[in-house]
Design a protein around this ligand. Sequence first.
Ligand SMILES: NC(=O)c1ccc[n+]([C@@H]2O[C@H](COP(=O)([O-])OP(=O)(O)OC[C@H]3O[C@@H](n4cnc5c(N)ncnc54)[C@H](OP(=O)(O)O)[C@@H]3O)[C@@H](O)[C@H]2O)c1
Length: 248
Amino acid sequence: MIHSPQTAAARPLALVTGANKGLGLEIARQLGNLGYTVFLGARDASRGEQAAQTLQAEGLDAQALALDVTDQASVAAAASTLRARFGKLDVLVNNAGIQIDDLPPSQLSPDVLRRTFDTNVYGVVLVTQAMLPLLRLSDAARIVNQGSAMGSLSLTSDPANMRSGYWLLAYSASKAALNAVTVQFANELRAEGILVNTADPGYVATDLTGQQGFNSMEDGAKPSVRLATLPVGGPTGGFYNIDGPMPW
Ligand SMILES: NC(=O)c1ccc[n+]([C@@H]2O[C@H](COP(=O)([O-])OP(=O)(O)OC[C@H]3O[C@@H](n4cnc5c(N)ncnc54)[C@H](OP(=O)(O)O)[C@@H]3O)[C@@H](O)[C@H]2O)c1
């Protein structure tokens, strides 16, 4: 449920998709700590509300926003709500994602491939297109797409790299496609000063990884937060992890 407190009027506004848990929630937390009003996109309204309450209890200006990135009506409704209540958006973090590969590439079902692309690629395009009119009203709009090292063709094609050992056709292909989405939007929006980049969080224990990972949640959110808060004239059309540029 969206509230519109007077105190939020001067704050920059950030929307994080898939923010009810995992990296999305931590990205929202860090942006909130930087003074943003954060909208926590969540496909399940009650999970979104619970997450917003967690951040509110930490003193942050956080509000849940119902948003299923695969549902055009839901995306349009979220954009209408933001337009009606706040009139613009400064930051969009396309974080929502799934990793549901269960078989080697030779046996992967088309359904898994389709559903993965629906969320990780089409969802990002849908949400970005819907939010662009609001982002264009910002003085310094930033779009961050939550990518993955598994989307790096350089890394996953190197037999010496551990990432070549994972059977993740759908996930890896979706995150490689997401990099192309980033570059395409960056090229279109460069002249308007809207910066669009892909973040790689590293390997962080979340539900998506079966709670496996060796980077902290805090560090995992940092690349997205840094790209969401780039200064005017900052890079666009790039791919970054916590240490700097990543190979495509
Ligand atoms: N963890 C890592 O090591 C790692 C590494 C590289 C990249 N990433 C990327 O980081 C992002 C966040 O993942 P995570 O690790 O934090 O996983 P997570 O804890 O499973 O969180 C995924 C989030 O995406 C949401 N989501 C899924 N489908 C959605 C939809 N159709 N509409 C709206 N929200 C949806 C989930 O909502 P529900 O709670 O409703 O399912 C959840 O909030 C993903 O894009 C992932 O690919 C993660």
